[in-house]
Ligand binder design. Structure first.
Ligand code: NI
Length: 197
């Protein structure tokens, strides 16, 4: 997920590439239209060195983008893994499940796989998410507002669901048209914003 605030969008960055080469593997952020984004990720069974390395690489890709959350499916890896950082702390959740949700909250939501477009979307305000951490322990988080939104957005990715899939057909048509229009703009152009509520 990406944030709307200008603070996250430094114009001094010379690199516009969204790929990072590490350990001879190059991961690129997959964008809308790539079929990998529609696939449902497989649960993690073994927490091994390879998985830890994957999460390190996901952080690198996420920070470089820059974003505040990234699901493994977004770099073409079909595993139920997402990473996030909203308080200068690296966090990883494996096999996440949203077990409770309540309330409503509107947020101008962005996605690294849908660059240049923010959509004001209504979703539950508070959630309870359950998953596993990198030590293999079960973890449970109550989250509100931004963190709750981030969890919902990343869990959607792991289920092959994008923001566009949360819209009515009319909204989706409008959003995709706007996204396509923004695609033709320079990468550092102002993002487009769409209100659904
Ligand atoms: Ni996203």
């Amino acid at each position: 997920m990406t944030m709307t605030t200008a603070a996250t969008q430094s114009s001094d960055q010379t690199s516009t590439s969204q790929s990072v080469a590490l350990h001879s593997v190059t991961y690129e952020i997959r964008t809308f239209g790539d079929p990998v984004l529609k696939a449902v990720a497989e649960p993690v069974v073994n927490i091994d060195e390879k998985l830890v390395r994957l999460t390190d690489e996901m952080f690198d890709v996420m920070y470089k983008a820059p974003g505040i959350g990234l699901a493994a499916t977004q770099i073409g890896v079909q595993r139920q893994v997402f990473v996030y950082d909203i308080a200068e702390e690296r966090k990883v959740i494996l096999n996440p499940q949203i077990v409770e949700s309540s309330g409503e909250w509107v947020y101008d939501e962005g996605c690294l796989s849908i660059p240049g477009l923010y959509v004001e979307m209504l979703r539950p305000k508070r959630i309870l998410v359950r998953g596993i951490n990198l030590d293999g322990n079960q973890v449970e988080f109550e989250a509100d507002e931004l963190l709750a939104r981030l969890f919902q957005h990343e869990v959607d990715h792991l289920n092959g669901v994008l923001m566009f899939d949360r819209m009515t057909p009319d909204q989706r048509r409008e959003a995709v048209t706007l996204y396509r229009a923004r695609e033709g703009q320079p990468k550092d152009a102002e993002p487009y914003h769409l209100k659904l509520v």
